[in-house]
Design a binder for this molecule. Structure first.
Ligand SMILES: Cc1cc2nc3c(=O)[nH]c(=O)nc-3n(C[C@H](O)[C@H](O)[C@H](O)COP(=O)(O)OP(=O)(O)OC[C@H]3O[C@@H](n4cnc5c(N)ncnc54)[C@H](O)[C@@H]3O)c2cc1C
Length: 289
């Protein structure tokens, strides 16, 4: 339970933090809430000679709508999502997601940016951000770049972030009227990582048909699974039971789970289907108001 020795850096500006990360490109790491990184170091599953703590850099914790976009600062805590009136009233899918991450102690320290940057297929925000069609802002030596969420998760614990880039913001397009979203997770006990989970975000046309569908799955593959075939199947259709059931079947087909103590491949795939149909159903209910 004791991590390997490391040098601790506590910069107070983004530029300073990026300079430190560039200097220690091969053996440095960003430290944010520490809720994934510190356990990894303590269990000796990871190593970093230099930890660059971004917790003293001002201006990275916020939740606001601006110019048709919901902006979430990279160091915004999970607990801040839970407490936000804006999130509670306009983004229930984000509230669903934050509430099922670990426990309140972890959520007081864990950050949304860290949840994405870690690239853990068991983390809950990646699927939700895919369903929402989010973008991620990375700040590095050459300034800022914007990464569409579909290009962000490259594989098992692997993201598009360079070692000397800091995730500073998550951008979510403000959903149009008649939109709704939901995140549904099966866990062995409260606070556990998902056995399987699904995030769904939909927008309905005036005639009640599905105009836009975002659907993604958690922990049933080496990276979050974007259920593109399921989305295509639903778009333009009325969201009746048969259409949602077929979409959930297509989503489960896209999953690539591996067997572990949370269950067999078959069980996880079936649970992914069940989570998908429930998330879609709840998203449609919410979109109907
Ligand atoms: C007991 C326990 C249970 C948990 N259960 C869940 C769960 O159910 N669901 C879930 O989703 N998560 C769970 N987690 C994991 C944890 O909550 C998330 O991974 C957390 O959000 C990570 O954020 P952090 O700020 O703590 O990141 P850190 O631990 O500080 O960092 C994690 C990784 O991301 C990098 N990083 C962090 N922030 C940035 C940034 N802004 N820019 C660039 N790189 C960055 C770090 O270098 C590191 O590699 C659990 C953790 C614990 C301890």
């Amino acid at each position: 339970m004791i991590p390997p020795v490391f040098d601790y850096h506590a910069p107070t500006t983004l530029a300073e933090a990026v300079a430190l990360l560039s200097q220690h490109r091969d053996d440095g790491k960003v430290l944010s809430g520490g809720q994934s990184l510190l356990p990894l170091l303590k269990l000796r599953l990871g190593q970093a000679d230099h930890l660059v703590d971004i917790g003293r850099i001002p201006g990275l914790e916020y939740i606001r709508e601006e110019g048709g976009v919901l902006k979430i600062g990279g160091r915004t805590h999970e607990s801040a999502l839970e407490e936000s009136e804006l999130i509670r009233t306009r983004y229930p899918i984000l509230l669903d997601t934050a509430k099922v991450i670990a426990d309140p102690l972890v959520r007081n320290r864990a950050t949304v940016g860290g949840n994405l940057a870690h690239g853990d297929p068991g983390n809950d925000h990646p699927a939700t951000m895919i369903a929402l069609g989010a973008e991620v802002v990375a700040y590095g030596p050459n300034g800022e770049r914007v990464i569409p969420i579909d290009q962000f998760f490259l594989g098992f614990f692997s993201t598009a972030l360079e070692p000397d880039e800091i995730l500073t913001e998550i951008r979510v397009p403000v959903p149009p009227p008649r939109s709704g979203g939901a995140y549904v997770k099966l866990e062995r006990k409260v606070g556990d990582y998902a056995t399987a989970a699904a995030a769904a975000q939909v927008t309905l046309a005036a005639n009640g048909a599905l105009e836009r569908v975002g659907l993604a799955l958690t922990n049933v593959g080496p990276a979050p699974v974007h259920a593109v075939a399921a989305e295509r199947h639903l778009t333009g259709k009325q969201p009746d039971g048969a259409a949602l059931a077929e979409a959930a079947r297509l989503a489960a087909q896209a999953a690539a789970p591996s067997a572990d103590r949370r269950g067999s491949v078959e069980y996880k795939r079936e649970m992914a289907r069940v989570m998908a149909v429930r998330a879609l159903g709840r998203a449609v209910e919410r979109a109907r108001g």
